[in-house]
Ligand binder design. Structure first.
Ligand code: SAH
Ligand code: SF4
Length: 459
């Protein structure tokens, strides 16, 4: 049967099951933007099956958790939240519960769900997204638990319906999976090999987003700089960015994540010469120590990283750099950690995403000796946070006096304030007025700053 028919088949089942109400679905995506983007496709498919979406778990007839396996803490939280569904299911035996995403590609997780969570109806991995309607139909009609994972689908998730969470911000995945095998990271094992979408499909989707009025489009990939490597077409990330930037309209193009080993000067030049591309570069360095970078299998060293940063700073005005950093990688010494602090000092990031190393099954780092205590790691982590707090504050202070175009995103918690985002990805609080409409651009003068947030007034 074609996917299209499975939507109808589920709809028919739901009509029998819920003759006098519209069934509701609750979807929660944990973790990275790629997951959030997959979650929007899942929501689109559920709507096509006849569900209406709800953000209240208690009133849902279908609950789906789209899971994250990157760190143990996230994984434990998801197990806890899944366990808590047992009571809901006891009250509402008709409730359908599904788990999907990265965790479902791990054998030990599947084993745990089979034994500890008998109330889960459907489990599917990252490669089965386009099979979702079929899996729901089969699990519902046969009234049996279904598991599909470790599945090697070559096709990409093209042409799936999407329920976008925002009407002015959109995700634009350009590739799936990862081939880099950083020694600490579980992503290549749970998301499979790197696959790029065709140039034409990406361009078409971007054009329709701009046409539909989206103002903030974020290009997604685990390593966007290696876009196109597995395609027959002669394209790369720089040519893709150039083509996307040429789409006429009023919008900002953001992208993540850039791997330093593949970021070329050509990409930096494209950003520097562009109209729409954000002047924010998320460029994870992970560690400032060459010894640790080698153990991490990152394939660049501190010197190469700093060279890229220098070039980007020289070419792109108002550039804001952010990064991911891991503290406490197995065997990280105080000397290694001081190298991380010195790199943070040298670069001057606008903000940092900091993580304490988390041991992941199957990864090479899990087998490395790790004599450092958790207390030592927490101590280093706090020192890094406190250094970055000062740097973020200084970064924001340096923006005072600038006149900038910001996209209004939300209302602030304090009354009469709106929140906007600058082209280089810094948040700005602005007094509410007729010009500060959510989803619209607005020109502001930066007047002051508080920690990592700017304050401005409408021009
Ligand atoms: N593809 C992106 C990042 C994906 S995961 C990149 O390479 O930059 C997001 C971040 O989680 C990573 O950059 C890393 O800092 C962190 N991370 C991944 N695995 C981790 C682990 N085992 N422990 C702690 N942090 C980890
Ligand atoms: Fe993980 Fe490295 Fe791939 Fe990023 S590039 S997803 S850190 S393996």
């Amino acid at each position: 049967m074609q996917q299209h028919n499975y939507y109808l088949s589920v709809k028919n089942l739901l009509c029998t099951k819920f003759p006098d109400k519209l069934p509701k679905a609750f979807v929660w995506s944990y973790g990275c933007q790629q997951n959030v983007s997959d979650g929007e496709k899942i929501k689109g498919m559920l709507e096509k099956m006849g569900y209406s979406l709800t953000d209240k778990k208690d009133e849902a007839d279908f609950i789906l958790f789209n899971t994250c396996a990157v760190r143990e803490h996230a994984q434990d939280r998801i197990f806890g939240n899944t366990g808590a569904l047992k009571n809901l299911k006891a009250k509402k035996p008709d409730l359908f519960i599904a788990l999907c995403g990265c965790m479902m590609e791990q054998d030990h997780v599947i084993k745990k769900i089979k034994t500890s969570f008998p109330f889960v109806n459907l489990v599917f991995g990252t490669q089965s997204l386009s099979n979702f309607p079929k899996l729901v139909f089969e699990a519902m009609s046969a009234q049996k638990r279904l598991f599909e994972y470790g599945f090697d689908i070559k096709e990409l998730n093209e042409n799936l319906p999407i329920h976008r969470d925002s009407n002015f911000k959109a995700w634009l995945p350009i590739m799936y999976g990862c081939d880099n095998f950083c020694s600490y990271c579980v992503v290549p094992y749970v998301r499979g090999r790197e696959r790029s979408r065709s140039f034409e499909n990406v361009l078409n989707e971007a054009e329709s987003l701009v046409l539909a009025g989206y103002k903030d489009i974020t290009i997604l990939g685990q390593n966007v700089n290696s876009y196109g490597k597995n395609l027959d077409e002669d394209v790369n990330f720089a040519s893709l960015l150039r083509a996307l930037d040429a789409i006429p309209g009023d919008y900002v193009l953001r992208f993540m994540t850039s791997h330093p080993k593949d970021l070329t000067n050509e990409v930096i030049d494209v950003i520097a010469n562009s109209t729409h591309i954000s002047t924010h570069l998320h460029l994870p360095f992970q560690s400032g120590s060459n010894r640790i970078l080698k153990l991490m299998n990152r394939k660049y060293d501190r010197e190469k990283y700093l060279k890229i940063v220098d070039y980007a700073k020289a070419r792109i005005p108002n550039l804001a750099l952010t990064s991911d950093v891991i503290v406490g990688f197995p065997g990280e010494t105080e000397e290694d950690f001081l190298q991380t602090l010195s790199l943070v000092n040298q670069v001057g990031y606008s903000s940092l995403f900091t993580f304490i190393y988390s041991k992941r099954e199957k990864t090479p780092a899990a087998l490395m000796p790790d004599p450092i205590t958790h207390e030592q790691k927490v101590n280093r982590f706090n020192r890094l946070l406190s250094l970055q707090k000062d740097i973020s504050e200084k970064f924001c202070q340096n923006m005072i006096g600038l006149d900038l175009r910001v996209l209004i995103e939300d209302e602030a918690r304090e009354k009469n304030l709106m929140i906007g985002r600058t082209k280089n990805n810094i948040l700005v609080e602005i007094p509410k007025c007729l010009k500060t409409e959510i989803g619209e651009f607005c020109d502001v003068r930066i007047t002051s700053s508080k920690s990592w947030v700017l304050q401005g007034e409408v021009l």
